[in-house]
Design a protein around this ligand. Structure first.
Ligand code: DX5
Ligand code: ZN
Length: 216
């Protein structure tokens, strides 16, 4: 997988015009679709589930990155992969048996990511870093789009990069929350490989142009 990737978050799309917004991403310089699944238990919000995932599968022509903000994610991993997920990320905080869940995702044929909330330190990944394909660092508290970026994320990117290099891991680093055209270059510079952007893309006057600007 190449780096400096942009993953627009479907959560910020217009669900009344979902196909139109998916086509916009297809035709843009975006690399991935970021799909936020929330259950109202792990996070204080409910987003969407399989029917929307099915619509994404039907229309999306790029890599599909599914971010599960749900309790007991292991119960649903296989179904999301059947609905076209190329990568499934699960929260460290939601997995009692993280190693088993990561292996399950990979056994079912998808890439596996682990997500850390802003308050979870990077060192908890020490014994899983060689197994995962991606580390997703939350730069807001998960649950909602359009929140303010947490500056401590830069430190966590540097720590994650160090951990990856020390262990010869091939994991990519993805950042999610409050990403915009101002902080994007700094995040790539600090060591991020993939940036998720919801509000910055969909609330802008020209989403395709914003995606282009995020990549520079
Ligand atoms: C937050 C989600 C994010 C969200 C990002 O819980 O995981 O993916 O959609 O939205 P912005 O870019 O608006 O912060
Ligand atoms: Zn997300």
């Amino acid at each position: 997988m190449k780096t400096k990737l942009i993953a627009p978050s479907v959560l910020s799309a217009d669900f009344g015009n979902l196909q139109r917004d998916i086509e916009m991403i297809n035709g843009s310089q975006a690399d991935w679709f970021h799909v936020d699944v929330m259950d109202g238990r792990f996070v204080p919000n409910i987003s969407f589930g399989f029917p929307v995932m099915k619509a994404i599968q039907e229309h999306a022509k790029k890599f599909v990155d599914v971010h599960l903000m749900i309790v007991e994610p292991e119960k649903y991993v296989e179904e999301f992969i059947n609905y076209g997920a190329d990568l499934v990320s699960v929260h460290y905080e939601a997995c009692t048996h993280l190693h088993r869940t990561i292996n399950l995702i990979q056994d079912k044929g998808a890439k596996a990511g682990v997500v850390l909330n802003p308050s979870t330190p990077v060192w908890v990944l020490e014994d899983i870093i060689t197994e995962v394909d991606l580390v997703l660092l939350m730069s807001v508290n998960p649950g909602f789009g359009g929140q303010k970026f947490i500056e401590n994320t830069y430190k966590k990117i540097r720590e994650t990069k160090e951990l990856i290099l020390e262990n010869n891991s091939t994991a990519l680093i993805e950042i999610d929350g409050g990403v915009n055209t101002e902080n994007a270059p700094k995040l790539f510079e600090a060591g991020a490989d993939v940036l998720v952007a919801g509000n910055a893309v969909f609330a802008s006057e020209n989403p395709e142009r914003t995606i282009e600007l995020l990549k520079v």
